[in-house]
Design a binder for this molecule. Sequence first.
Ligand code: SF4
Ligand code: F3S
Length: 111
Amino acid sequence: MTYVVTDHCIACKYTDCVEVCPVDCFYEGENMLVIHPDECIDCGVCEPECPVDAILPDTVPDMEKWVEFNRKYSEQWPVIVTKREPLPDAEEMEDKEGKMELFSPNPGEGN
Ligand code: SF4
Ligand code: F3S
């Protein structure tokens, strides 16, 4: 079992989640984070920290694509362990539909 970040994170990137992770398994893209499924220890403490409910356990139905998505990008992006400012339009992007169209595969800065 693992937790994963889903598309609700895109264009928000609040990063509250990284502060609580005991194993530092969040990785930063330009406009979202992902979790490395093999490093996550399933503690669940990050899930309630996300203001937009972007983090889910893989026990939710149809999460396989998100597990693979998180795996793919966590192997390409730098680790992030410290909270940073959300993206500039985070609040207005919280409830936006079709966020995958905004997804950037580019890496973030990491820290
Ligand atoms: Fe980190 Fe625990 Fe969240 Fe996994 S469930 S990403 S180990 S805080
Ligand atoms: Fe993204 Fe939520 Fe973390 S918006 S960066 S998963 S706190």
